[in-house]
Write a protein that binds this ligand. Structure first.
Ligand code: GLY
Length: 335
């Protein structure tokens, strides 16, 4: 069986894109009562707020909210929130139960950032269920920001984190199915899988912001591939004077535009969180000659407590917890 390599495929499709034309952006078709507007009572309330990506952001928000409702810090809340997705074997894009790479190895990426401009991250790490807590340990016990691969695993071991098998039976079966489906014409990319990284940003009762992002990355990726999630400024960014943002979707696109940093910078210039997400997505679209078929989505939270989110394609959902109420929202989309 002859296989087209992923690298050739990427070059090939990039060539197709350059030959195509940029289709006009359509207005958003999916609207929710919250979409693009401050969550109810959020703006100006001064109280805690949690915003996260995807359906599994909803239980993550609950965990984060419990901490904030008890007067806890945003940093503790974001870590506790995303740990819920990391530990859930039913979430196939994060932590335990995450889909493996092409070698059938689960490798994880995570980053965390607090209100004091400190950040920590790990990437390409195997065998630890909660990379977000290792990222926090990097932030709090070193002057480094990012530790990768075997070095990150050794760091985790030395700090007492427990090694464990992260490949679930369901994830192994999904890998076998993917492998069996490959043919001469296969592009090696999974067709029917969500890419459901969790990004979670929060403001605590003191008005301080924090963010966390954690993922198993692109399903069946090349061994060693790292996406946007552990890169501070790409997958997640916090500026306690301005706001916080996080990304999900095709990490390569978010990396090249420094996506979450860009969203926060647009907020700094006075744009609402929703408008900032839109402008960052438009930057991605502009860099492609043809209408992108991939998904990217941003969530954003301003210092004032305004919430915004937007995706390129339909079917992105985000969760907002405010005033003790946690809502899953269908996001507006751009294309
Ligand atoms: N956005 C997650 C990744 O591309 O790895």
């Amino acid at each position: 069986m002859r296989r087209i390599s992923r690298r050739s495929f990427l070059k090939f499709t990039a060539g197709l894109g350059a030959a195509g034309s940029l289709l006009p952006l359509r207005g958003a078709l999916a609207r929710s009562p919250f979409a693009g507007f401050p969550a109810p009572s959020a703006a100006g309330s001064g109280g805690p707020i949690v915003v996260s990506t995807w359906k599994h952001g909803h239980p993550a928000n609950d965990a984060a909210w419990r901490i904030l409702a008890g007067g806890g810090a945003a940093l503790d809340a974001v870590e506790a929130g995303v740990r819920v997705s990391e530990g859930d074997p039913g979430v196939n894009g994060v932590g335990y139960g995450g889909l493996p790479d092409e070698d059938c190895t689960v490798t994880l990426d995570a980053s965390i950032m607090g209100p004091d401009y400190r950040a920590g991250a790990v990437a390409f790490i195997e065998s630890y269920r909660h990379p977000i807590s290792i990222a926090r340990k990097v932030m709090e016990t070193t002057d480094h920001v990012l530790i990768v691969g075997a070095g990150a695993e050794e760091f985790a071991r030395k700090h007492g984190f427990e090694r464990e098998e992260l490949l679930t039976e369901a994830a192994r079966e999904a890998w076998i199915k993917w492998k069996q489906r490959m043919s001469d014409t296969d592009d090696w990319f999974p067709k029917d899988l969500d890419h459901d990284t969790i990004g979670l940003v929060a403001r605590d009762a003191a008005g301080d912001l924090a963010g966390a992002c954690t993922t198993s990355g692109l399903a069946f990726k090349i061994h060693g591939r790292v996406g946007d999630s552990p890169i501070v400024g790409a997958g997640m960014y916090v500026d306690n004077e301005v706001g916080a943002a996080a990304a999900t979707g095709k990490g390569e696109e978010v990396l090249k535009t420094c996506g979450s940093f860009l969203v926060v910078e647009f907020m700094r210039q006075g744009l609402s969180p929703r408008a900032a997400c839109k402008k960052a997505l438009e930057r991605i679209v502009k860099k492609h000659a043809a209408k992108p078929a991939f998904q990217v989505a941003f969530i954003a939270l301003s210092k004032e407590g305004e919430v915004g989110a937007l995706s390129l394609q339909k079917d992105f959902q985000y969760a907002v917890a405010v005033d003790g109420k946690n809502e899953l929202i269908d996001a507006e989309y751009l294309l």
